[in-house]
Design a protein around this ligand. Sequence first.
Ligand code: MAN
Length: 556
Amino acid sequence: MRAAPVPVELLGALLLLLPSALGDTKPLTPASIRGLNPALYDRYEPGSGVAFTCLDGSRSIPWSALNDDYCDCPDGSDEPGTSACEGVVGATFYCKNEGHIPGVILSSRVNDGICDPECCDGSDEWASGACPNRCFEIGKEYRAQREAELKTRKTGAKIRGTYVKWATGERKRLEDELEKKRAEVLQREVEVERARIALERTEARSKEELEKRKGSPLYTTLLTHRSALTRLRARTSRLEKELEALHNILDELSKGYNPNYQDMAVKAAVVGYGELLNPPQADGTDGTDVKVEEGSEQVGIEDRELDELERKDLEGVLLADLEGMETEAVDNEAGLLWKIDEYIPDALYDSWETVRDLAIEWMIKLGIVGKGAKSGGATTSDGPHVAAAKEAHRELSNQLNRLNNDVRSAQETWAKLSGNEFGRDGEWKKLDGTCVDKVSGDYTYEVCFFGRATQRSNKDSSSNFLGSFTSWNPHAQAGTDEYYTQQLYLNGAKCWNGPMRSATVDLSCGTTNALLSVSEPEKCEYRFKVTSPALCYPVEEGGGASSGAAGVKAEL
Ligand code: MAN
């Protein structure tokens, strides 16, 4: 219960005259006000007014009403040292914690009988004095820990410096490479264009020459012979079928006729058929044992040889002697592989080239296509000049494709190095592909930065894929320090009755790249704690981290 309020002006004057108004004989100073945050000292200077004005400006009260355990101000600013304003949002108690770092607790926790760790000096329990001042020992421990951390940071920052230096060198190397390759691209483009024009001209000339040669009597005769051969083969095939039918009829007759009928016509046919099968020899034998004299037999011809004669590329033959160059016809089957070249996207071209060459190599080995397939491009009717011009054009185009691929990939790496992908100064590029591992329980866990996370069994050779690098901390803004404190590895092997496996890697500064611990807080969701010098930002005067060059991004 409080006495009726005294007029403020009178109270102020009294207060100035009687500094013992707060039950203290010393004059009132902000530092002597219990629980007051030093940041607010200038607002609590008794000289600044006859009465204290609540910090929200809502009202003025006598200085003696400060910390009188009665909440006068709606913002609680008159009771920094008691719990009278508990429940008022923002009402706090400041512990000086001399010997350690100051702390701030909610006003409601003042004199609640609990020694709050934030107030190691025990000042929050001033009424009972139940909490001893432990700030000296806690402060000592804290400072030792801070010192060790600072030492780690300093050592780590030196290592990080080497990563940054390496990234700078790498950027420079990529820039030089890009400049060189871009010049090469320009030059190669001119060469490809020249080769294309040369090819067009050669094709036109070759076509003209072919037309001229097609009019020669030799070519006309060749065509006539080919046509005759085709017709002859058709007739032979028909006769062979008829002969086979006759054989079958006579076979049946020979086996099934009845000699007792004395049918002379049938008998003569059967005897004649027997003689046809085994012609009688001059010496009277049936000829079964007679050896055929060497060289007396006609040299046979196989279907394969006839096929080749029919398929022979006559136009190619016409052009074969053009300026004495030899032409190698390219098999159509392999030609198809060359044609696919045009449809392969640039990015896949290198891999495709290897597969194609290997396939052709094997087709040649297995005899499916001829050696001409190796040169590619030329069709069966290409003359040697056209084939050579095509090959030159194709080879140059391939070189140009490869160069463009190199430029693209160098450009991508440069952009990643200069952007947010590899840390604020490119420091993580040095660790691209570096792996750290740790044995934990039945498994050995491994994470390869920007690659994959794996869980290998220690009992057998089985292992589980935990995911591939997907992003930095998705909850932080790209490029900030917080962004680089976490990496996500997602889309791992499916968990039985659960999600796809995944790993969240929490990163902190350390003098080595190491996987410290692994846990599985949810089924198949793993949490890795990893240290890396890449996280040890340079220590500025006073122990803070420098802000670095984050956010300043260049374009190439
Ligand atoms: C394996 C491991 C474990 C995981 C279970 C889920 O045993 O990948 O980490 O919890 O599968 O079935």
